[in-house]
Design a protein around this ligand. Structure first.
Ligand code: ADP
Length: 250
């Protein structure tokens, strides 16, 4: 970590929508290179609003966002969007080409990557998500779980600094959920995942943030946060029935 800036630094970020709704009240956080962090919080906490600031869909009302030291601003947006790989909740919002190859090539091709280098990027990204064999298939012929992994590949092909996933486990059957977890664990990239799936956060992320009421209410080891029943209740977070998290032994 010495010398390199964090993958993501958010400082005093506040934002109100045009109708006056204040969604973020001064968010501070930093995510180091290679960390996998879960962003937890109840509906309306401001998670989507925060994520929309990370690649400049929204721009800071107050405060700043930096990706590997580069501030998110109008004049840096193209580079910011390469560095921040957003994976939407619905893969069908991300896949729109006739074949998987074209979908995964789309981002790097837009950056001017061509020919063998482009083919290499596509193959590498599909290898990373464990789907090298679907390259010539139409995305809509794949299972939902495969489509979500291809959506991850479309973003990995950009070689991002940070992968930001919105509810990565939603609508997956248990086997697809586990396969995606294996993929995410194997990646050598910084990850921020927004999720209501607390066991998934525990499985994949050493560290979690709780965003609640537009501020970071907690930031610590996922296991410690999930073992704190009062903290969870205060922020409308609930573990699945029968799921018990024990405090780490010190
Ligand atoms: P989360 O993703 O955690 O559910 P959001 O970021 O969607 O939370 O919402 C945070 C707050 O901002 C909520 O009070 C929500 O009602 C409000 N909000 C979200 N989108 C808009 C919008 N386009 N205009 C006005 N208020 C909004």
């Amino acid at each position: 970590m010495t010398g390199s800036p964090p993958s993501l630094r958010v400082s005093e970020l506040a934002y109100a929508y045009p109708d006056g709704t204040q969604a973020l009240f001064g968010v501070d956080l930093a995510i180091g290179k290679g960390e996998r962090v879960a962003l937890l919080g109840p509906n309306g906490a401001g998670k989507t609003t925060l994520v929309m600031h990370l690649n400049g869909i929204l721009t800071a009302g107050h405060g700043s966002v930096e990706v590997a030291g580069l501030p998110v601003r109008k004049d840096t947006l193209a580079e910011i969007r390469r560095r921040v790989g957003l994976v939407f909740q619905d893969p069908d919002d991300q896949l729109f080409m006739p074949t998987v190859r074209e979908d995964v090539a789309f981002g790097p091709a837009n950056l001017g990557v061509r020919g063998p280098e482009l083919e290499l990027r596509v193959r590498e990204a599909l290898d990373q998500v464990g789907l090298p064999d679907v390259i010539d298939r139409p995305p809509h012929h794949l299972s939902f779980g495969q489509r979500r992994r291809v959506a991850v590949a479309t973003v990995l092909a950009m070689r991002p600094e940070i992968l930001v996933l919105d509810e990565p486990s939603s609508n997956l059957d248990p086997a697809s959920r586990r396969e995606l977890a294996e993929v995410l664990r194997s990646l050598d990239v910084t990850v921020l995942m927004v999720t209501h799936d607390l066991p998934y956060a525990l499985e994949l992320c050493e560290r979690s943030l709780i965003l609640s009421g537009g501020v970071i209410a907690a930031d610590g080891p996922t296991r410690d946060l999930l073992a704190d029943g009062d903290l969870l209740a205060a922020h409308r977070l609930e573990l699945p029935y029968g799921f018990v998290v024990h405090q780490r032994p010190y």
